[in-house]
Write a new protein. Sequence first.
Lengths: 687, 111
Amino acid sequence: MIKLPSIHIGRLSLLLSILVWLALLFVDLVRLFGVINNLNSGIAPEFTWILEILFFLTVYLFYNYNLQKNTQNEFINLLWRAASTGIFASAAFLVIQLFYQFLGDSKLGQEPFLRNFFYHVHFALISIFLISTTLLWKKLILYQKTKQVVQQWQTYEIGLLFAMFFVFFSQNTFGYSFIFGFVILTILGGFLSVNLKWIPYLTFKEKWKSLLFLALIIVCSVYLFLQTNAYSSAQQTYPINLLDNLFLISLFVFILIYALFSFLVTLFNLPTSSVFEQKLTEAINFQRLSQSIQPDEDEEKVLDILLDSSMSASFADGAWLELYQSERNQAVLQERWIESKEREELAELIESNTSAQNWAKDTKAELLSPLPLKIKHPKFGSLLLVPLVVNKAVIGRLVLCKELKDGFNKEMVTIIETFSRQASISVENHRLLNQAIQNERYQEELKIAQRVQKALLPNELDHNQAFEICAYSNAADEVGGDYYDTFQLDQNRFVFIIGDVSGKGTSAAFHMAQMKGVFQSLIQLNLSPKEFMTRSNAALSRCLERNHFITASIFIIDTQNHQVCHARAGHVPTLLYRSGDQKAKYLEIGGLGLGILRNMHYEKHVEEKEFTYHSGDILVLFTDGIVEAKNQKSQQFGFERIRALVEMNQYLSPREIQTKLIDTLHDFVGGDGLIDDDYSLMVVKFN
Amino acid sequence: MLSIETQLENPNHILIPKGEIDASNSVQLDESIRKLLEEGAKSILVDGSFIEYISSAGLGVFMSYLEDFQERGVSLKIFSLSPRVLEVFKILGLDRLIPIFPNKEAALNDK
């Protein structure tokens, strides 16, 4: 297989068009030679026509490709290309004319071969100018195209193709059919010429430029057209007419019509172009405002944009923006084109204006719209008050000032209101985002607190061969106020403590940490349970908040004498299962919670009791979270359920009893029901 | 849910909390008691017949006023507590600091 090299359409068409033109030149010169020497060269005019059409097609192909490839498609660039080609063609033609003027009636000036050569150059330049400009027009016409316009253009192109071949049919005579074809193409071109959507997108400056370019194009094409006619009327010198071609004439007319239309429309668009630019700026400003600010950026940036865009939308002569901080203390954030002194004067004028007073008192902040005001001030004639509403509260206001009286029309007010709302949304989003980030940080902190609190509970529970022990604690929130601990006093004596801070959550967790500190210090002193509670009360009374208290139970176990000495400070009673009569009972012992009586009288409200334990006896210490856990019917788990459960499962190990209790509790509360209090549990079984 | 009514039956101020008193609404109870104190109440009776549940935070409110009451010579009595709520007061030992009566008559008769 022979691999075909990839064809470069641009270069190929350029090369072909040059070759075709040379061939055309050659053929016509040969014919001229024949005419001059009265020889029949035998070259039919169709041959020339075919070459002419080929030349048109290759030039069309070249420019079509060239334009598609060219990415610089700004309208001004396109216009400049057309204008420059026109100028080049006209200039070349002028030079040729000057050359002939210079030659005058000399022999060389009469030389038919040279004249014919220049005729062909002229033909090539005109064709290039017309075809390239037509293609540029195509780009402009098809800007923001609709299907209909594309179809119209395609029809026109087909018409142009016919026009190229028309020469075979008319034999280059100027008859009715020529006029007919010309009229049809002109009408089609005229229809296409109303597609001028690109013009409004030019800026004011660009419009002036394009007017210049369009004028150049019109002048060049008129000049070239007139010159072409001059050739046609001097036909005898040229053996074949290349320029009286329906295709070329139609293109001339089309280019002229479109350039003229564009020129006029651009001209009449000039006065309103500032409005269009204004709208475009507003749209861009709106977009800038709606782009949410990054969390690390400042709200001020949005307010800055708001101030600038509102000023440009209303052509304000001065403006300032103030934010209300607490108690209507106004912080002036930004001042534009206004002196502080003037601002204060104006602010006073606003204060004294009744409609402004009513406006400021409006309670429905979210419905507040900008308020135009007339004022009597040496410099400014009118004001516009714009509220900044975030989260249904007015956070500040923007004041726009104009020197004119009644300077703010309805459209300005509407657009500024939209701006301020959008800015408010941006600020609101920014605040919400920051809040969300803050919340996430708090969550992290709480997780740390949770970890720290977990570490406050013992990892291992002190015990010896005389008993088995296990414990469990669960907080309703991330952190809680429940506490349990064990301590070994000596070889045979152990302490169990369970405690519960009133309330739950963070405050309870702090108190729980204090409780641990107090308990851990006092426990070492080898105090009796009653003494322990009394001293704990004294210590905790100093650090607990007034409406907080702690309940606790303490058990001191002597495994040598099988004695248990205990005290209760307002804590839920402890369950004792007796293996002797196989019954579980709550220990009855009085005692006031810690931190309730913060004086020396506490001692009178706490007692101490003692009992002997036997093998198989079980102690169950817990907090009120278990007792008060509620099911869907609002029933409490209660003491009785715990008692019955322990009696029923007395043969199990402490861990199994604990698991049983917790599982039953969860079943009771219900599948997704949450226990909304901290709860803890300690099970001790004596061997 | 908690709603608190107060009635004035000279010279007693009757406080009638209705519903559950827990950590989320104990502030309400605190405010009503403070208001009574500010009004110069010298004898506050709490009608407990509509208290469905009281958490430790709720107890904390009563507790926090004990010293205040003593200093100002204000008497606080609670009556008609349901057995379950009374149990909570008893476990904490508050029944020994705040006089609790089975009904209003008993509370009024006690001097």
